[in-house]
Design a protein around this ligand. Structure first.
Ligand code: HEC
Length: 414
């Protein structure tokens, strides 16, 4: 906190703006991270769906076409078998995209279509819940993170040609997959035969994820920097610079005592109003100081041209005014008496004053001191006594009482 207090206004402003924006930046990064992650899964799911859907539709289309066209399947046309063809096409498309596609079944015909542990549990889920059409999750395979997607295959009428009653199956199917050994016969309509299984390496997905995230963060960071810079520059231009000028002008006024330092502003905002008020305050002070100077000048002329000596002093005796006539009478220069006690102007003959001190003396004589003319023996600079007559008046200014003595030298006739 101490550190913050010591900073300049601009640094404080920049720091606060940066902190506030940085919090927003951090929050938005956090949200970005989750959004991108969500997007990563969504992309994986939709791509997997597309592949699975493609494989299913191809296979269904081929099965239907063979049924409608009464196309006879033979050993030579093995590659045209719907699942074989859709599987192979799907595999090629998938591998071009960097994915893996397999058609799996628990009762597989081809050992190459045997399910792994994950596929096995998912197939079981499909068997148990006939409404479940797809299942996906991220898991690991051989210690590497992967995204897995399975889409159930349900037996349609056309599938039952080769997966229904064995006696209805084409000859080459029966000879290639003898009923005794093959388990892929005897499916019922609507039963889950297997699933399209798609595997996407999470490392690839993550690479895309981090690339996207990094791009977004970089963008936000550039915006963050631009905002901090703009706001700081704006603050500097609209607040700090005018304030600095104001301080400079004030310092100039203090150091030179001249009121000609004014500031220019065309703005109508708070800072503009502050400067306008400063300018009118300076005008006001200038006027006042001119009046003061004028009245001081008049006062000086008055005291300096007076034919009587004028000496003002505070109640403790400290001399505050000493005019030219007083200089003549007492033989002192102003600078030698101003600030010194009045005692030095009073001759030792005035025993009472010297004993009591001026303050006590005046307090005791308060009634008479102010109302009468007094005679006193003054003391010149060289120590010679001078008989004087004086009147005393009392006044108060700024909470201080002060006395003014108007003195005249007594002549022999007096
Ligand atoms: C013309 C015969 C024929 C038709 C029609 C047919 N299949 Fe097959 N099916 C096969 C053969 C043969 C295999 C083994 C392919 C191989 O060796 O990869 C197979 C394999 C499969 C597999 C992979 C698991 C395994 O047993 O190796 C699934 C799943 C499958 N078929 C589902 C279907 C579905 C669903 C339909 C209907 C939409 C269908 N099949 C229609 C002959 C057929």
């Amino acid at each position: 906190m101490e550190f913050f207090r010591k900073l300049s206004l601009l640094s404080k402003m920049t720091l606060v703006i940066a902190l506030v924006l940085f919090s927003f930046f951090a929050l938005s990064s956090y949200l970005d991270y989750h959004r991108e992650r969500e997007k990563m899964f969504q992309t994986a799911v939709s791509k997997a769906r597309l592949l699975a859907e493609g494989a299913i539709r191809t296979r269904e289309y081929l099965s239907d076409q063979y049924l409608v066209g009464n196309v006879e399947m033979s050993e030579k046309r093995f590659g045209l078998i719907p699942v074989v063809m859709s599987g192979r096409v799907g595999e090629q498309v998938a591998s071009n995209l960097g994915y893996h596609l397999k058609q799996v079944s628990e009762r597989f015909r081809n050992p190459g279509n045997a399910p792994d542990t994950f596929e096995k549990t998912t197939l079981r889920k499909f068997h148990q819940d006939s409404s479940l059409e797809e299942f996906f999750t991220s898991s690991t395979l051989n210690g590497k993170p992967v995204f897995r997607y399975l889409r159930a295959f349900k037996a349609k009428k056309s599938c039952l040609q080769c997966h229904g009653r064995p006696e209805a199956a084409p000859d080459f199917i029966r000879s290639r997959y003898p009923v005794a050994k093959d388990r892929a016969y005897n499916y019922e309509l609507g039963e889950v035969i297997g699933a399209a299984s798609i595997r996407i390496s999470m490392e690839d997905l993550k690479a895309i994820f981090y690339r996207n995230l990094w791009r977004e963060e970089l963008q936000s960071f550039i915006i963050f920097l631009a905002l901090v810079t703009c706001l700081t520059l704006l603050g500097r231009r609209t607040i700090i610079v005018p304030l600095r000028h104001l301080v400079e002008a004030m310092n100039n006024i203090i150091s030179t005592g001249s009121f000609r330092y004014k500031l220019v502003t065309r703005k109508k905002d708070e800072i503009g109003r502050l400067i306008a008020t400063f300018n009118s305050m300076v005008d006001h002070l200038q006027e006042k100081s001119e009046h003061l100077a004028e009245s001081e000048r008049r006062f000086r002329i008055l005291t300096e041209t007076a034919r009587d000596a004028i000496v003002s002093f505070l109640s403790n005796g400290q001399i505050i005014l000493f005019n030219s006539r007083a200089e003549e009478i007492f033989g002192y220069r102003k600078k030698d008496v101003i600030g010194f006690p009045i005692d030095r102007l009073i001759h030792e003959e005035n025993v009472e004053i010297h004993q009591k001190g001026m303050e006590n003396y005046l307090r005791d004589k308060a009634d008479t001191a102010l109302s009468q003319l007094h005679k006193i023996v003054g003391r010149r600079h060289d120590g010679t006594p001078i008989p004087l007559e004086f009147s005393l008046s009392m006044a108060e200014s700024d909470g201080h009482i002060f006395y003014t003595a108007i003195l005249r030298k007594l002549t022999v006739e007096d």
